[in-house]
Design a protein around this ligand. Structure first.
Ligand code: GLU
Length: 429
């Protein structure tokens, strides 16, 4: 008999997917799970690639490529953002979808994990072109999204407006309004209070929890914070840290890094950004300009990478001077850097815990939408904090039990929840 060779997607050359798979292999090695179950949870459940035309303002038509991956749906409908970036590729989306499965399980949301993306530079297109692109992409995805199937949300390069177009396109197709098909919507069409700030706010909840566990007794003004990235996650994390009195000494965006050892005025920087014709911090005064690479190596107490994947590597990890790293981005730390941080005693609060505030308030938004009953901001933040602190405690308990770092502990906790749910349900047929 000829052996049936299954083509494996696990031999990827994409560094983000390599990182996700490496983390998975490491975490499951601590769990005594059947081989078939370990293999099952490693694979994405379904994947869709679409190539679709978009009419540009010039009258010309351009073809774009997009993806949606449902990684695991054992715990419920799949959940995860849509990313617009020139770097998007199927393997990256697979990695991000897998991390969504673990993230949702870690904070006990009744969701599986998904992610999507379109290969596009959103800054290079007008609002009309982005609307056309989003609507056509949504219509291509209609066979696998829905309030009980798969619920998109914003991610890098997308925002509340993108979600409004997706919600409208879906609703026009089915013939009635379905706010719960996406989260991260504008509040006036069923979005939740606090969703815009949720990820950044959650990052700071985790930072405070980590400082408490490290027995740091300094007052906030003596604790310096660096934030890489000034998008939704980075700017809201920087803002929250600044509002709580922490000394935010450096931030960065696509125009580079901005450093002031006495502390930056984050409110002023956000104001500057909203008025900037380049949609960046380019030209901001009141700070010394540094490169993105330099920013990661500046002296500080806390480093919050809130930009891209793969920023902390085997090459630069030994020069990082932070004592605590709180991951606002998904996958900012490569496995080699994780090893170096572990050896150097630098605590890393991993992405699936640190940035879970976003999907947690997405869940609140979905629940509120389905019940057509809305909560105020205080209620949202109170519930958010409770969920994140409980997840943090679960992770530290697992870290102690298995004597592992927080990332491995977070993954062990989350993967085991998905594993146990799968065993309870059993495989079909
Ligand atoms: N894109 C965000 C993340 O990576 C949010 C996902 C969501 O709210 O569904 O967690």
């Amino acid at each position: 008999m000829v052996a049936h060779v299954v083509p494996s997607i696990h031999t990827t050359s994409d560094p983000t997917y390599q990182t996700a798979l490496h983390q998975y292999d490491r975490a499951v090695s601590y769990l005594n799970l059947p081989d078939g179950l370990v293999e099952f949870m490693k694979w994405p459940r379904r994947e869709l690639t679409v190539n679709f035309p978009v009419r540009l303002d010039s009258g010309e038509t351009q073809i774009f490529t997009g993806f949606r991956v449902h990684h695991n749906t054992v715990l419920g409908p799949s959940k995860g953002g849509i990313r617009y970036s020139t770097h998007v590729n199927l393997d990256e989306v697979r990695a991000l979808a897998m991390w969504m499965s673990w993230k949702c399980a870690l904070v006990n949301l009744p969701y599986g994990g998904a992610k999507g993306g379109v290969i596009v530079d959103p800054r290079a297109h007008s609002l009309m072109e982005l609307s056309n692109l989003t609507r056509r992409f949504t219509s291509e995805l209609i066979i696998l999204i829905g309030p009980k199937i798969d619920i998109p949300a914003p991610d890098m390069g997308t925002n509340a407006q993108t979600m409004a177009w997706m919600m409208d396109t879906y609703s026009m197709t089915v013939g009635y309004s379905v706010p719960a098909v996406v989260t991260g919507k504008p509040i006036n069409i069923g979005g939740s209070a606090g969703r815009e700030e949720a990820t950044g706010r959650g990052v700071i909840v985790c930072m405070l929890e980590a400082l408490r566990q490290q027995n740091v007794i300094k007052s906030p003004k003596d604790i310096s914070v660096i934030v890489q990235g000034f998008g939704n996650v980075g700017s809201n994390a920087a803002q929250r840290a600044y509002d709580l009195g922490f000394k935010v000494v450096a931030v960065s965006d696509i125009s580079g890094g901005y450093y002031n050892k006495n502390g930056l005025n984050i409110r002023d920087m956000r104001d500057y950004l909203t008025k900037s014709p380049t949609k960046s911090l380019e030209g901001y005064r009141g700070a010394e300009k540094v490169t993105n690479a330099e920013l990661l190596e500046l002296p500080c107490d806390v480093l919050i990478p809130a930009a891209l994947e793969g920023q902390l590597t085997g090459e630069n990890a030994s020069r990082v001077r932070a004592k605590l790293i709180v991951e606002g981005a998904n996958g900012p730390t490569m496995p080699e850097a994780d090893d170096i941080f572990r050896d150097r005693g630098i605590m890393v609060v991993p992405d699936i815990l640190a940035n879970a505030g976003g999907v947690t308030v997405s869940y609140f938004e979905w629940v509120q939408g389905l019940q057509e009953f809305f909560w105020d901001e205080d209620e949202v933040y109170r519930r958010l904090e409770r969920i994140l602190i409980r997840a943090f405690d679960d992770v530290t308990a697992t870290a102690e039990r298995y004597n592992v770092d927080l990332r491995t502990a977070a993954q062990i906790t989350a993967i085991n929840r998905v594993a146990q749910a799968t065993l309870t349900r059993g495989f079909y047929p």
